[in-house]
Design a protein around this ligand. Structure first.
Ligand code: FAD
Length: 405
């Protein structure tokens, strides 16, 4: 029987981290699952700096493999606008820079091993409900084919249209979107290869940061994320800021570029509603990204797996209505969304700070303070010490912080 003559329990649209994690979970529990992607190669283009902390391997119960966990990371260094660094390095490995092209293929192999079917170069161009099911129109080599499923999980990334085709508004607003631009560079030096390096400042990267994520000896992902609205205000786009900065770095400016990546990042604007009849949405398509650093691989996988678990429940209950599926939205906010909302609040705080404030913070606080501010988890004692001792000469900064914490 042709793949499009089958009635699938679940059709997952998008074979990125969220779609593949959903596919694995569904296939493991014997659901009849099809994963469609418009790309011609899983994991490519990567549109990502490929950093993933150990926390996510634990949450997803994945063991890092040397084929794709290519570079161990032991810490991070934050740089203020005046170049002052705030380092934090541990003895143990805290995470990895991945080779995402291999990582995602590994996830795809896992999904298929458990019984999922994957079809590439299949672009969903229309979705409609019919007799309690969903009918997808899919463009394949200039031909349109139809596929039918009881449930759709939309994991189709930041430009997601599938959820919108089924009546769920997942549009990103400009204020909660970052523009990302990145080079994989080689022949570069001058930074500690065991750490991630993050550079801040309104001249460097307005409403964002520049990163160096080391990948191999002398090779790293060097990129930038800035507010998507910035270029209309400054006439400089993400590439312009990145190129200018690279030219100012003696260890980077003579390096060679071996890959160019660009993409948008949803950094906030969480969806109050992530389901409709026959539909669940996950990953970037559901705005599941950390609003401070823009990391989304781990959250996307966790979200995809959770969506799959709710799809399995709906299949068991033979009920594909929004009413039943909507428990997914609640569970996602309970397990992850509310934490990310706190971090969004912290990002709004950081957006109020001037370069002078950042320089002052770089001089006065530790990386632990910075992490607690980012997480919105400063304890009462930490707050008291921060406001009355460390930031005592900066009442304006204390006033901003007190508004948020
Ligand atoms: C420059 C940059 C750097 C980043 N760095 C990091 C980082 O270091 N660490 C981190 O954790 N995160 C990072 N992110 C974020 C991370 O890449 C995303 O959050 C993650 O890829 C989201 O996974 P996803 O599965 O939701 O979506 P995607 O990975 O975007 O997958 C969506 C898939 O859907 C497919 N698709 C879309 N529309 C259709 C359609 N109509 N029909 C069929 N298929 C369709 C696409 O081809 C794609 O394969 C970065 C992002 C950018 C842009």
């Amino acid at each position: 029987m042709d793949a499009n003559e089958i009635l699938y329990d679940v059709i997952v649209v998008g074979a990125g981290p969220s779609g593949l994690a959903a596919g694995i979970e569904l296939a493991k529990k014997n659901a009849n699952v099809l994963i469609l992607d418009r790309k011609q190669e899983i994991g490519c283009p990567k549109r990502c700096a490929e950093g993933l902390s150990n926390r996510w391997f634990d949450i997803m119960e994945i063991k890092p493999k040397p084929e794709w966990a290519v570079h161990a990371i032991k810490g991070a260094v934050l740089y203020g606008p005046n170049g002052k660094d705030v380092p934090m390095k541990k003895k143990e490995t805290l995470g990895y820079v991945l080779e995402r092209k291999i990582f995602e293929k590994d996830l795809a192999i896992e999904a298929v091993k458990h019984g999922a079917k994957i079809l590439l170069k299949h672009q969903v161009v229309d979705a409609k409900r019919e007799n309690g099911l969903v009918k997808l129109k899919v463009e394949v080599n200039n031909e349109v084919k139809e596929f039918k499923g009881k449930l759709i999980i939309a994991c189709d990334g930041i430009d997601s249209l599938v959820a919108r085709m089924l009546g769920l508004n997942t549009k990103n607003n400009l204020n909660d979107t970052d523009s990302g631009y990145q080079y994989e560079m080689t022949g570069i030096s001058g930074y500690d290869e065991e750490c991630l390096h993050l550079y801040f400042g309104t001249e460097v990267a307005p409403r964002g940061y520049i990163w160096i994520f080391p990948k191999r000896d002398g090779t790293a992902n060097v990129g930038i994320g800035i507010g998507a609205y910035v270029s209309s205000q400054t006439n400089l786009n993400a590439k312009n800021y990145l190129d200018r900065w690279i030219q100012s770095q003696p260890g980077l400016k003579n390096g060679s570029i071996i890959e160019v990546n660009a993409g948008g990042i949803p950094v906030g604007g969480f969806l109050d509603k992530m389901t409709a009849d026959n539909l669940l949405v996950a990953g970037d398509a559901g705005h599941m990204v950390d609003p401070i650093h823009g990391g989304g691989i781990g959250v996307a996988m966790e979200g995809g797996r959770l969506a799959a678990r709710h799809a399995l429940r709906a299949l068991k209950e033979n009920d594909y209505t929004d009413k039943t599926l909507s428990k997914y939205t609640k569970e996602w906010f309970d397990t992850r969304g509310n934490e990310l909302k706190r971090r969004l609040k912290s990002r709004h705080l950081l957006e109020q700070l001037t370069d002078d404030d950042f320089n002052y913070l770089a001089d006065s606080i530790t990386m632990e303070d910075a992490l607690a501010i980012g997480n919105g988890t400063l304890s009462k004692t930490d707050k008291a010490i921060l406001f009355t001792k460390k930031l005592v000469k900066r009442p304006g900064l204390v006033a901003i912080m007190m508004k948020y914490f």
